[in-house]
Design a protein around this ligand. Structure first.
Ligand code: FAD
Length: 561
């Protein structure tokens, strides 16, 4: 079995049941001397004390028993083979939630109003089709499961669901089936997890270029079903841009969207399926645009004297002839956090750091306002050189300066480890999660200010010292994505406290002209804001589509609308 397999011998990787990633890997702060003081200062949590709330033992949890009836078990087993219908408690818990802070808190507290009754692992599209037919025949609820990494409540069964709930794990459908080398189009099974998929593509000289922070534990089908966006989206696009064709199993057959560069065939079915969160059917295969592995790949770091200057520079880059793969700038709080999570610099690098600080102070910078930016370049040597020069001019024009490759290399190496920090923080009594939006350039700064004002009011309301950090990622010609991380020391009712802060931030997005989510999706978490985002008639149109496509509410009901 692959590392991390949790089910009865099935060759599919899953994350640990109580948190992010694999067992045995965790965040540590002992080698990062500035981290504990930073956390103490900004949210009051003392990391030097003992952990106050570690995850419970699985045996102490009270897991509702499976309600799977014998005829359904027999029918499913006939389709996928007995060993691929799994009923054990651990498997059912792993398939109950995603990985939001709400999910982690509920799991740690043994809150399981409804758990799937079975997990089924098909190996082919025809098995998926038979499972769908069985679901309709027995009036089951089917919830497609990719990597289980979503943070919007897109997986949890409805709490009062009376019908049998089956989690349909796509993990055995994990192969790259074909690459059309002329067109750069790869046909890939929907259950492929990021690293497995890239490994198969890389072996033939290709890459998809989709690297969300959750890359290591999420799947192609999950990305498509949630309209995901990866770090290099400035060059490769969001998943919606990369997805050229797909296959989705429905009760009346397989919807086939052929991979053509563009089509004028009425309202886009492709776009309707992208972001459908399991509500329209089961995506089995996706044809994506792939690219030759670039000759050169670099992430350079830059510093800006202020957040405003950093934002202006990112806008200027988006409007320029430069085509970087990543544009990212952190505000002053996230910059401080980035430095605080770095290992202690010693010897020559400590001297360089001190020298840089002296230099910037002499230039008149207030180091507390300084903002760290990463800009990525990919392509031929010539392309990378030309782009670095174009960007360098823009950075200077906005008062910034380049600080070389070192921090970019570090960032690139540790970006997939960052999610472990949330579990560690939770162990010490802190709650942290994220909210992200996109808005036109003209509205970004007012939106940003509104989020801070609104979140601070929420922190006051629940009586905590809270922190909000932000960065800009994913630039477009007309605007960008702003990504906010919020954290506070939670009390006895962490979920209620979280809801107050989350609501404050989402409300601020809407009143400021931003979208409810740029790339995390809707699930149950964001659905209260959907009408504000897409208008009441817009929501009615969406509801009409979902209701008519799934009259019996068998496909992941309760999500999106
Ligand atoms: P799951 O969580 O398993 O499922 C998500 C939804 O898709 C569910 O509704 C499910 O039913 C449906 N679904 C899954 N597979 C299929 C299928 N084959 N057919 C039909 N429906 C299906 N997201 C980003 O976009 N960018 C990021 O950088 C990013 N970073 C993250 C970092 C962390 C620490 C965490 C916890 C999450 C992050 N996310 C990010 C969110 C999450 O990883 C994405 O939503 C991801 O696309 C979910 O993929 P998954 O395979 O894990 O899907």
């Amino acid at each position: 079995a692959k590392a991390g397999a949790t089910d009865a011998g099935i060759d599919v990787k899953h994350m640990k049941w109580w948190g992010w990633g694999v067992e045995g890997v965790a965040f540590h702060h002992e080698d990062k001397p500035a981290f504990a003081p930073f956390v103490k200062k900004v949210v009051g949590v003392d990391l030097h004390g003992d952990a106050v709330a570690v995850a419970p033992s699985f045996d102490d949890l009270d897991i509702p028993a499976s309600r799977l009836q014998a005829p359904v078990l027999a029918a499913l087993s006939m389709i996928v083979g007995e060993g691929h219908v799994v009923l054990d408690d651990m498997s059912r818990v792993v398939h109950t939630y995603g990985k939001s802070i709400r999910d982690l808190i509920r799991i740690r507290n043994g809150v399981f109003p409804r758990v799937p009754d079975a997990v089924v692992y098909p190996a082919t599209e025809s098995e998926v089709a038979k499972i769908v037919a069985t679901a309709l025949e027995h009036d089951l609820v089917l919830i497609p499961f990719g990597g289980g990494s979503n943070i919007v409540g897109a997986l949890e069964p409805q709490p009062h669901e009376e019908r049998t709930v089956v989690s349909l794990d796509m993990g055995r459908l994990d192969r790259v089936l074909d690459i059309d080398e002329d067109s750069g189009l790869a046909v890939i099974q929907a259950g492929a997890q990021g690293p497995d998929m890239e490994e198969q593509l890389n072996a033939k000289g290709w890459t998809m270029g989709h690297f969300p922070d959750s890359f290591t534990h999420s799947t192609l089908g999950g990305w498509v079903a949630t309209r995901s966006s990866g770090m290099q989206s400035d060059k490769f696009g969001d998943i919606a841009d990369m997805t050229r064709g797909l296959r989705m199993v429905r009760p009346d057959g397989v919807v086939v969207i052929r991979a053509v560069p563009s089509a004028s065939t009425g309202p886009s079915l492709r776009e309707m399926i992208i972001g459908s969160e399991g509500r329209l059917g089961i995506i089995t295969e996706v044809t994506v645009q792939v690219h030759r592995i670039p000759e050169k790949r670099e992430i350079l770091a830059y510093l800006f004297p202020s957040w405003e200057a950093g934002l202006k520079a990112m806008q200027a880059i988006a409007e320029s002839d430069a085509t970087p793969s990543v544009t990212r700038v952190s505000n002053e709080f996230e910059t401080e956090m980035s430095f605080a999570t770095s290992k202690e610099s010693k010897g020559a690098s400590a001297l360089v750091m001190k020298g840089l600080q002296r230099f910037l102070k002499a230039k008149g910078w207030n180091l507390e306002k300084m903002c760290l930016s990463f800009i990525g370049y990919e392509g031929t040597d010539e392309h990378v050189d030309r782009n670095e020069k174009l960007v360098s001019k823009i950075v200077k024009k906005h008062g910034g300066m380049g600080v070389g490759k070192g921090p970019g290399v570090l960032y690139d190496q540790k970006k997939f480890d960052t999610p472990y920090l949330r579990d560690f923080f939770l162990d010490h009594g802190g709650a942290a999660d994220v909210s992200e939006t996109a808005a036109p350039w003209s509205k970004l700064l007012p939106l940003y200010r509104e989020v801070y004002a609104s979140a601070n009011r929420a922190f006051d309301k629940i009586g905590v010292k809270g922190l909000v950090m932000a960065h800009l990622s994913h630039s477009y010609h007309s605007g960008a994505c702003l990504y906010f991380t919020f954290a506070f020391e939670h009390g006895e009712a962490p979920l209620e406290q979280y809801d107050v802060v989350k609501k404050a931030i989402q409300d601020a997005f809407i009143v400021s002209g931003g979208t409810v989510s740029h790339h995390h999706g809707v699930g149950v978490e964001h659905s209260p804001w959907l009408a504000d985002d897409v208008s009441v008639p817009g929501l009615a149109l969406m509801q009409g589509l979902l209701d008519s496509a799934d009259a019996g509410a068998n496909f992941n009901p309760g999500k999106i609308t």
